[in-house]
Design a protein around this ligand. Structure first.
Ligand code: PLP
Length: 368
């Protein structure tokens, strides 16, 4: 028989007044925010590329921030009543956020989705009790954003459900206020450039507006997949999920063009190749749109003033894309696997590393 140890009633640290009170949450949504910042790249001029790892939120994505804000605002306005029903078209991340908020607050949630969505996002929504209405993708394989919206609007009108309308709901952008203050608190310096993939526009525009309201001089760079029509250019299909607007989809009010200093496009090959290089070099798996945003930032670092602070918003993690972005067979079947692209990106990254060594050598030689 093993001797019974006396049960500990109090933590030995209980009387240490420098510690906070008990640190336990009762709802998963209380864990939203305070996501980490990772320095991915540094250059010889002291410029840094930092990634805000939004996959550390519950549901593994930034979008839970805005899902919470939209639901709480709808409760305040009376659009959402106890026991109500929420209907929204989603590529998955907004849906998992809404699924979480619905289950915590006693609503039912129907997500209108398509085959373009990452399978694991659909499984996650289902696991949290969401109902899925699944639509086929249009020929060519792009997202069925137009049809998803039509079906969701019709379903909400027929059932009297609350439809958050993430593309036009101002509480989407407002959901990122905390993200802005987290950046300033963690950095203790200004953010010079904020780079983010744009879908509804909420995460980039919401963060940038709050940063500027707090006094920041940040410049915002929006990134969309090649084939998306948010910043102009030729429309077509793309495999990045969550970001972009396909041809025919009206860009919503939450893409605030006045708040974005520069819009650019990154193709699927470069987006996915960058995510794969980051995985190999840093040991963290980013989603495909985060790969695109890192790509846009990496290419700009050399042109930026010395000691710039560049923050990339990583909307989600690569664990949601093990079947796609991190699956060579899937990439090869779609002509998206490009060894040369990965080598180019790795070379660029190495050149930045070497510029740090060079700067150190220079300082040693000249004493500057
Ligand atoms: C993976 C991913 N990246 C980027 C975005 C774009 O974010 P936003 O809608 O805030 O512009 C989304 C939006 O759903 C997303 O799911």
């Amino acid at each position: 028989m093993t001797a019974q140890l006396p049960r500990m009633r109090e933590s030995p640290l209980l009387h240490d007044d420098s510690l906070p009170r008990e640190n336990v949450v009762r709802h998963v949504s209380e864990l939203i925010g305070s996501t980490p910042l990772l320095e991915l790249v540094r250059t010889g001029t002291g410029t840094r590329l930092l990634v805000k790892l939004e996959q550390f939120n519950p549901t593994g994505s930034a979008k839970v921030r805005m899902a919470r804000e939209m639901v709480l605002a709808a409760e305040r306005s009376g659009e959402l009543r106890p026991g109500g029903h929420i209907v929204e078209p989603t590529s998955g991340n907004t849906g998992t956020g809404l699924a979480l908020m619905a289950l915590e607050r006693g609503y039912t949630f129907t997500a209108v989705v398509d085959d373009h969505a990452a399978k694991d996002k659909l499984r996650a929504m289902k696991a949290m009790g969401a109902q899925l209405v699944s639509l086929p993708c249009p020929p060519g394989g792009g997202p069925s954003t137009v049809e998803r919206r039509r079906v969701a609007t019709e379903l909400a009108a027929r059932t009297g459900a609350f439809r958050p309308d993430q593309h036009n709901n101002p509480h989407n952008n407002a959901g990122y206020r905390d993200l802005a203050s987290e950046l300033l608190t963690d950095l203790r310096t200004d953010v010079d450039y904020l780079v983010g993939a744009v879908g509804t526009g909420g995460s980039l525009c919401g963060t940038v507006e709050e940063l500027r309201r707090l006094g920041s001089g940040v410049r915002a760079i929006g990134v969309e997949p090649e084939g998306s029509i948010i910043f102009g250019g030729v429309g077509g299909s793309y495999w990045q999920t969550g970001a972009g607007s396909p041809p025919g989809f009206p860009v919503g009010r939450n893409v605030e063009y006045d708040a974005i200093d520069e819009g650019c496009r990154v193709g699927d090959i470069d987006a996915f190749a960058t995510a794969r290089v980051v995985a190999k070099r840093a040991g963290i798996l980013l989603g495909g749109t985060a790969g695109a945003a890192v790509h846009a930032a990496l290419r700009r670092l050399v042109h930026l003033p010395a000691a710039s602070t560049v923050v990339v918003l990583a909307c989600d993690a690569g664990e949601k894309y093990l079947d796609t972005v991190y699956n060579e067979e899937w990439l090869l079947q779609r002509g998206l696997y490009d060894e040369a692209a990965q080598q180019r990106i790795a070379r660029l990254w190495r050149a930045y590393d070497e510029s740090v060594l060079l700067a150190a050598f220079d300082t040693e030689q000249t004493g500057a």
